[in-house]
Design a protein around this ligand. Structure first.
Ligand SMILES: Cc1cc2nc3c(=O)[nH]c(=O)nc-3n(C[C@H](O)[C@H](O)[C@H](O)COP(=O)(O)OP(=O)(O)OC[C@H]3O[C@@H](n4cnc5c(N)ncnc54)[C@H](O)[C@@H]3O)c2cc1C
Length: 461
């Protein structure tokens, strides 16, 4: 491998791949280092027998129709020069948020949510319209914004506590590193991406996106260096100078874009940095069950693509300090989008979970607890579809320790640290963060982050 680069990218997840394409387009001497043997990071794929699985994909957020301009999806396509049709996006049918005695169904057309609120919470409709107007005018890409409580801001528009909790439910579980509340800027990003834009799925799942990004990288003459774990970062006079790989190779570079996480990246320096103390380790992790069913979701009478469930009027988004918590969940049917090409039914269930509880288990206990997650997932299916799963063709369960193993994120935290660095800078010159801990997450957010951090820190001037 060459030993001297303008930019080293740590990680071949969505942000690293997108940043690599962007930099290679402008003739930067760049190298992408990934500790695993395949790309995708948190949102990768695997195969069991003849079946292909996505590790994470429920849906892509930020769906907009072909021809829409100035939105995250169109910005990504423009910056990476990938035509809309190549993403092969199939929009969702509908999704719902289910609390005791209350259900809100929404689609990729915000009018459907407004109609639901008009029907079930008529006193709140003006507040919701005003909130939407406020969010539409809010600059969520401002790199200088600092934390403000989303609950404080949103409760000035929405007075009904149940509706408030119902609105927060999908936005938090799909993107909050904070427990109980979230940064308003993150709330605005999530609100736009889920309610104002919406869900879709690429035909072929996450492979379609990863293959597109990998093909584009190859066209630019850049290949990811797999099985290349960055072991140590080096600086001279507080400026990034080089990295050392686990195999002992040393690579010189002027800049680093890291998607490894804020604390995880700082930990790669030999000596502790002062900045280290201010970076809180995230606590939010999840279990994820994948079940292959004998029948398609529509044959079970399921109309929704995604169901967000909660068993009380208050939505308690936090680390449950137990192995897993069934009181709220995300139930996703990845082949219940408008067009479906699979023969079998796919069902995924996500529940909040605690890393430490899983990490303590002996091997046999761990296996048993995974079975318990599976049984709870089946029970949630029964509760929300009214049908029992008769013939389970295959199942798999991931836990917070799986997330840690494959991404090295401390605590197996999926949405990173609550301490974000919105402009990507760190206290070390030439070291920038992108992806989850820069504050943009999900597949679309991560790609956008990779592009913007590459543009901002490496391609200006
Ligand atoms: C179960 C689950 C379901 C999800 N579902 C969805 C969904 O439906 N829709 C959606 O939009 N988003 C979803 N997400 C979130 C989404 O996957 C992430 O937000 C996004 O993929 C993050 O991308 P990233 O590039 O920031 O980081 P990552 O994907 O975490 O990539 C970081 C990469 O860096 C590598 N790395 C780390 N340390 C080192 C090192 N020292 N040396 C070399 N390489 C290193 C890791 O191996 C990894 O590949 C889901 C996540 C999970 C876990």
């Amino acid at each position: 491998m060459e030993k001297d680069f303008d930019v080293v990218i740590i990680g071949a997840g969505m942000s690293g791949l997108a940043a690599g394409i962007r930099l290679a387009m402008f003739d930067q001497k760049v190298c992408i280092l990934e500790s695993h043997s395949i790309p995708g990071g948190l949102n990768s794929y695997y195969q069991r027998g003849k079946r292909k699985f996505d590790v994470g994909l429920h849906a892509m957020t930020n769906w907009t129709p072909k021809g829409t301009k100035g939105k995250p999806l169109s910005k990504i396509m423009k910056q990476l020069r990938i035509p809309y049709d190549e993403f092969q996006l199939v929009p969702q049918k509908q999704s719902s948020i289910r609390f005791p005695n209350h259900k809100l169904t929404f689609t990729n057309n915000i009018q459907d949510l407004l109609d639901e609120v008009q029907c079930h919470f008529p006193n709140e409709i003006d507040g919701l319209i005003n909130l939407i107007t406020y969010i539409e005018g809010y600059n969520d890409t401002d790199l200088t914004s600092i934390y403000s409580s989303a609950k404080d801001v949103v409760s000035t528009f929405i007075k009904d506590k149940i509706l408030l909790n119902m609105i927060f439910c999908p936005l938090m579980i799909y993107g909050s590193a904070w427990e109980h509340d979230m940064d308003f800027s993150q709330f605005a990003i999530m609100f736009k991406s889920i309610f104002l834009e919406g869900f879709s799925r690429p035909t072929g799942g996450v492979r379609t996106i990863i293959d597109l990004l990998s093909k584009k990288l190859k066209q630019q003459g850049l290949l990811v260096q797999y099985k290349s774990q960055v072991q140590q970062l080096h600086k001279v006079d507080n400026k990034i100078s080089a990295i050392t790989l686990k195999n002992g190779d040393r690579i010189r570079c002027r800049k680093i874009l890291s998607s490894a996480g804020y604390r995880e990246t700082l930990n790669l320096f030999e000596e502790k940095l002062k900045e280290d103390k201010k970076v809180i380790i995230g606590k939010m992790s999840f279990t994820e069950s994948i079940l292959i069913l004998d029948k398609k979701p529509c044959e079970y009478g399921i109309e929704d693509t995604i169901i967000f469930t909660n068993d009380s009027h208050e939505y308690n988004y936090r680390n449950p300090n137990t192995l897993f918590d069934t009181t709220s969940s995300v139930l996703c049917f990845p082949n219940n989008f408008i067009k479906d090409e699979e023969d079998e039914g796919i069902f995924r269930a996500t529940m909040m979970a605690d890393y430490d509880c899983w990490n303590k288990l002996e091997k046999d206990q761990y296996k048993q607890e995974k079975l318990n997650v599976l049984e709870s997932s089946k029970a949630l299916f029964l509760k929300h579809s009214g049908s029992e799963i008769k013939d389970l063709l295959f199942s798999d369960v991931f836990t917070p320790t799986t997330v840690k193993k494959y991404t090295k994120h401390e605590n197996g935290c999926v949405y990173g640290s609550p301490t974000k660095t919105r402009d990507g800078t760190t206290s070390v010159e030439g070291l920038y963060l992108m992806g989850t801990d820069q504050g943009f997450l999900g597949i679309i957010g991560a790609m956008l982050s990779g592009i913007s951090m590459a543009n901002y820190h490496c391609l200006r001037n």
